[in-house]
Design a protein around this ligand. Structure first.
Ligand code: ADP
Ligand code: ASP
Ligand code: MG
Length: 464
């Protein structure tokens, strides 16, 4: 079997959904499980609805919900010819929207918005898009069946960024999905959403549909996990920042994991791990140009002599500088610093140390005040906000002399706040001011990829 995940832009309107049906039909013999995102923009709108309700603007929230319902009805009317199917779908949407309204009412009255409510609201987007696609597939003669992902994607209780419980997911997926696959049914389910052990809706975090796809792929021992999106594959940089970015035909799991972790939005940061465990290839494909071969992500791609393959970047980073003379020659100092971050469950991305100072970067600043207060009991602490990370990735970097030189040359006019060579030596990460991130990415891209090296690894976007 294979998993085929389609992102928001791949299902943004009736025409795109029709293309999805065509793509799935072609793969029918490979027993696809189709994992769907919400129609593009829906999750953002739903989260906005929740916030507006919290501000007490219930009428505005309901207006937005009505707009969302209209958009879904338009998609289904343009996609499905059969009037009775449309009526049935609209009837099944009604209770979902009523529930959303009730939730909003509760939030507006209390003025309180919990993560649990946010998940209940955000999950509706995927439920709607997948219902429309599944019905349209059936009308067009495909043996599709809609399956609620919350029956088999079991997570812990961390609403908004729930952690999948792999043992339970494995059991449930085999119990619920395998018999359907055996009877040649095309399963249509949702990305992003799951439920805790009590059956309460959770989500895997923004962009989490990619992660759902690889979780399902690993649970069912898929032969391939396909991530269908709006670009040709994994590119040498985000094309929105560096328009000259080109496609990579093949990269390693490790390279993809680093890129995703350091901000390449094309893959959710956790997508690669379940695939690595079972050594399942992940293929990133463009639903707007399905004939393109995309990017294959595998455990051991053929070696090339290209040191740098792609550049990722992340914004909204905070640097915490910890300084103390006690660090000099003392053991246990780093441990005492990290134990503070551990205590407040804040993960540290980059670390760089000198004799008397340690600099660390964090993403999540929700407990920063407490962290600073506690670190200040034994060291001097300073904070740098609004920073960004550039991450230059390529698994041949370690064995190529002069790459650092080229990086520093490209960035010579930019102030480098922190430099860290990953322990795996397949990346170099550099902290700079957030406002300079785009310019830095473009300069690095120019340095390494313009003109693009004339080797088979790269393919011009557009397939030329
Ligand atoms: P989907 O809705 O299909 O999940 P996303 O918007 O989450 O799509 O991810 C696709 C986007 O990721 C692309 O449109 C592109 O702007 C961005 N992106 C960032 N870095 C890269 C990269 N290295 N290669 C390809 N796309 C990238
Ligand atoms: N719809 C969700 C989001 O917008 C999940 C996803 O698209 O991957 O974050
Ligand atoms: Mg995405």
């Amino acid at each position: 079997m294979i998993v085929m995940k389609f992102g928001g832009t791949s299902v943004e309107d009736a025409k795109s959904m029709q293309t999805v049906i065509k793509i799935v039909r072609k793969e029918q013999a490979r027993q696809p499980v189709v994992v769907l995102s919400a129609i593009s923009g829906t999750t953002n709108t739903l989260l906005k609805v929740a916030r507006i309700a919290q501000e007490g603007k219930l009428n505005d929230a309901i207006l937005l919900l009505n707009g969302l319902l209209d958009r879904h009805v338009t998609v289904m009317e343009n996609l499905i010819d059969d009037r009775s199917t449309i009526q049935r779908l609209i009837a099944s949407f009604k209770p979902r929207f009523e529930e959303l309204q009730n939730l909003c009412q509760g939030i507006a009255i209390l003025g309180e918005l919990t993560n649990r409510s946010l998940d209940a609201i955000a999950s509706v987007g995927e439920l709607l898009s997948s219902q429309i696609l599944s019905e349209a597939m059936c009308i067009q003669g495909l043996p599709a069946k809609w399956v609620d992902a919350r029956t088999f994607i079991i997570t812990d209780n961390q609403f908004v960024s729930a952690v999948p419980q792999f043992d339970q997911i494995n059991v449930k997926s085999k119990e619920i999905l395998s018999p359907l696959l055996a009877s040649k049914t095309i399963i249509v389910t949702q990305g992003f959403i799951g439920s805790n052990s009590k059956g309460i809706t959770t989500t895997l975090g923004r962009g989490g549909s990619d992660y759902s796809a690889s979780i399902i792929g690993a649970a069912l021992d898929a032969e391939e996990i396909q991530i269908w999106t709006d670009v040709d594959g994994v590119l040498t940089a985000d094309p929105r920042i560096a328009p000259a970015a080109q496609k990579l035909r093949i990269i390693s799991f490790r390279e993809a994991a680093e890129l995703a972790y350091f901000g390449a939005k094309v893959l959710h940061p956790s997508t690669i791990f379940p695939a690595v465990k079972k050594d399942i290839p992940v293929v990133v494909l463009n639903s707007k140009r399905p004939e393109n071969t995309g990017t294959r992500i595998v455990s051991r791609p053929p070696k090339t002599n290209v040191p740098v393959k792609s550049i990722a970047c992340k914004r909204g980073i905070t640097v915490v500088n910890v300084q103390s003379l006690r660090m000099l020659m003392a053991y246990g100092f780093l441990e005492s610093i990290f134990s503070v971050f551990n205590k407040y469950e804040t993960s540290v991305d980059l670390v760089s140390t000198s004799e008397v100072a340690v600099s660390l970067t964090i993403d999540n600043t929700s407990t920063l005040d407490k962290i600073v207060a506690e670190l200040s009991t034994f060291a001097e602490v300073s904070i740098l906000e609004k920073q960004g990370i550039l991450c230059i990735v390529g698994d041949q970097m370690r064995s190529t002399a002069g790459v650092a030189n080229q990086i520093f040359h490209a960035l010579r006019e930019i102030n480098l706040v922190m430099i860290s060579q990953g322990a795996s030596e397949i990346n170099m990460s550099i902290v700079i001011e957030e406002s300079q991130v785009d310019e830095a990415v473009r300069r690095l891209h120019k340095q390494f990829f313009e003109p693009i090296p004339a080797i088979d690894l790269f393919e011009l976007v557009g397939g030329k």
